[in-house]
Design a protein around this ligand. Sequence first.
Ligand code: GP9
Ligand code: MN
Length: 623
Amino acid sequence: MKEKMKQAFAEYRFFFIAIALLWMKTYIVYKTAFDLPMDNKMQEFILFINPISSIVLFLGVTLYFKGKAHRRMIVAISAIMSFVMYANMVFYRFFTDFITIPVLFQTSNMGDLGNSIFELIKPTDILLFVDIIVLAYFMRRYDYRPARASRKQVTLTFMAALVLFIVNVGIAETERPQLLTRTFDREMLIKNIGTYNYHIYDSILQSKAKAQRAFADSSEITDIENYARANYKEPNPEMFGKAKGKNVFVISLESTQNFVINESVNGKEITPFLNSLTKNSYYFPNFYHQTGQGKTSDAEFLVDNSLFPLPSGAVYFTHSQNEYNASPELLKEKGYYTSVMHANNKSFWNRDIMYHNLGYDRYYSLKDFNVTPENSVGWGLKDKEFFKQTIPHLKEQPKPFYTRFITLTNHFPFTLNEEDQSIPEWTSGDGTVNRYFTTVRYEDEALKEFFDEVKKAGLYDNSIFILYGDHYGISENHNEAMSQFLGKDITPFESIQLQKVPFFIHIPGDKGKVMNEVAGQVDIKPTIQHLLGNDTRGDIDLGTDLFSKDHGDFAVLRDNSYITKNNVFTKGKCYDKATGKPVDGKACKPGAERAKSDLEISDRIVYGDLLRFYDKDKAKQNK
Ligand code: GP9
Ligand code: MN
C-alpha cells in the first residue's frame, strides 16, 4: 500500500506540485490583494484550507488524460483558476467586492471601464502567472508524461476533494452558522468556502433565481399587497400636492457622500453650493444609499420603484424584463413627459432596455450630446458641459416633465483637468481621496451653474428639484486617509456613517428645513408622488413618504445593516449612535424584523417577477 502510494506520488509529481502552487498562490492573493479581517486563529485556518477542495476537484480532471495531454491540462486549468483569482483581484480594487455571475455578463460595462481599468491593472500582476510558466518549463524539461490514472486513483482523488470540502464547510459552519443559507455577505463566503467554491455556489444561486421566476405563482401577490398596505403612511396635508403639476428634476450626484457637506479641506469649502441649498431646501443629513453591486443603476432602481436592488448583480441587468410599476409609468398617467439625461453609452448598465421597460418616453444618451476630447474628462462629458447641453432638450420637452439627470465627473478615479480645479487636491498619502474633494467641488459648481441656467431658461419657478448621492465614492480601501480626514478611527460603526449620501428636496418659494429623520433612497418615490398630489395607497412601495408624520426613523442597507433612531446594526453588532460603541443587541431588536422582511419581500418581488400578477386598478379600489 505504502509502496503504491509512493509510486503514485512519483508518477504524478507535477500534478501534486501544481496543486500546491495554486493553493499557496490563492492564499497569498487572499492575504495581499483582499482585505479579509480575521477575528481568530480558526478563521485564519479556514481561510488557509478553503482553496484546496476545489483545486483538487478541478486539477483532478487532468487525471483523465495521460502523457502530454495531461501536462497541457495542468497548465490550462492552473491558468484558468489563476485568471479567476486575477479577475477578482482587479474587480476588488474597484468595487471592494468579489465578482458574481450577473456582473460578468455586463461586458458592455467592462469594456467601458476604459481609463479606470488602466488605474486598476499593475505591472506586478504578471507575477500571478509566472509559476505556471515555470511549471510548464519543468514538465517539459523532465519529460513528465505519466500513464493514464486508474479508475480507482481518479475516484480517490474526487473523493478526497469531496471530503476536503465537507471538512471545510463543517468547520466553517461551526464558526459561522447558516453560512450557506444566508449568503448576504460575499466576503464571508470567500473567507469560509474560498473563491472557487464561491463561484460554483454563485452559479447555483443564479440558476435558482431563474427557476424562482418560473415557480412564482399569482397568489403571492396578495402577501405583497398586504405588506405594502401595512407599510403605507398617511401623507402630511401641508405637503401633499404642494408641487402639483410642476416639473420634477431628479439629479443623481455621482459618488457623493454626505461627509463633504459643510466641510472644508485645507481651509477651502468643498461644496459651497450644496451648503447654500441646505438653507433653502428640505435637507436630510441622515439619508442613506441602499445600493449593491449595481451602483448608479441600483440607486436609479430604488428611486423609480421604491424597491430594493438585489443582493448580488445589478437588477438593471438581471431583471430588466420584469414587470414594474415605476414612477415614469405612474406619472405618464398624470400627463407627465418622462425622460433621463446622461451622456454615456445608452447600453451602459443596460439602461436603454431598462428605461424602456420602466416606461420612460425618452433617454437622452451619449448621441444626444456633443462630446469631444476637449469637453470630456475621465468617464466622459464634464458635468458643467453636460448640464449646459441639457437646457435645449429641456426646453423642447413637453411640460410638465419628470426628468432624471445623471452626473459623471465625480467618478473614480476622480480625474480633472488642471483648469477645472477650483480647490487643490488634498495632501494625504492617498491619491484617490485627495482627488475626490477636487472633483466633488467641480460637481458642486456644475450644479450651481445648472440652477442658474434653468432660471435663465424660465424653468425654475415651475419645478422642484430632488438631489441625491447615488452611492459611496470612497471605499473601505481608503480608511486610513478617511480616518485622517475625519480625525477618528473608521470602525464598522463609522463605515455605516459614511454610507450617508446627501439628499435635498428644493421647492422654489419654500424655505425648507433640515429634516433629521433616518431615511433612504427607497423613500424617494412615494415622497415625490405625494408632493405631486398623487394617492399612493395600493402602490407596492417599500419606502414611505418622508414628510409623513408617521415616517419614523429607519433605513436598511443592502448588506443587511440597518439604522434606527438611536442605533446602528452592522456586521452582527449593535451600536449606540450617541457613543458609537457596541451595546447589548437588545437595543437593535426593534428594527431587526423590518430590516429582514423589507429586503425579503423586495427580493421575492424581483426574483419572482411578481408585479406581473399585480392589478393596479384593482389594488387601488381595494385600498
Ligand atoms: C455610468 C455611470 C457610473 O454611466 O452611471 O456608473 P457607476 O460605476 O457609478 O455605477
Ligand atoms: Mn455612480
